[in-house]
Design a protein around this ligand. Structure first.
Ligand code: TYC
Length: 112
């Protein structure tokens, strides 16, 4: 979705005369979205990860457990997709929580 010049030919505009009108229409872009990802490690307790997913990503216990297991088995999983600001907030919340509890849990974001 780029800037599109709209060329209106003589007589097609609505001002009643036959001048040549040139308009530039700037279309609005959807803001880029960011995947927030959780990474596996060998030390963070499973229940801690489940708690983090419930608390910061609004997941039910069952959803959180399933995603945690995916990360545990595959090494990484997307836990949500957000605007840049919201994604940054989620990453900060998770990293602060992990640091406070001295767990090496890593959370990152990446442009979709
Ligand atoms: N691998 C961890 C364990 O066996 C559990 C874990 C899951 C850690 C997901 C991090 O993002 C993670 N205790």
């Amino acid at each position: 979705m780029r800037k599109q010049p709209v060329i209106m030919s003589a007589g097609k505009d609505d001002d009643g005369d036959f001048g040549v009108a040139l308009e530039t229409r700037t279309r609005t872009r959807r803001p880029p979205m960011y995947k927030v990802m959780l990474l596996n490690d060998d030390y963070t307790p499973m229940e801690f990860v489940v708690h983090v997913l419930e608390r910061f990503f609004g997941m039910t216990h069952a959803q959180a457990f399933e995603i945690m297991l995916t990360v545990h088995k595959k090494g990484v999983a997307v836990v949500g997709v957000f605007s840049h600001e919201i994604a940054e907030t989620k990453v900060t919340q998770v990293m602060d929580m992990a640091r406070r509890h001295q767990h090496p849990l890593q959370c990152t974001m990446e442009k979709e």
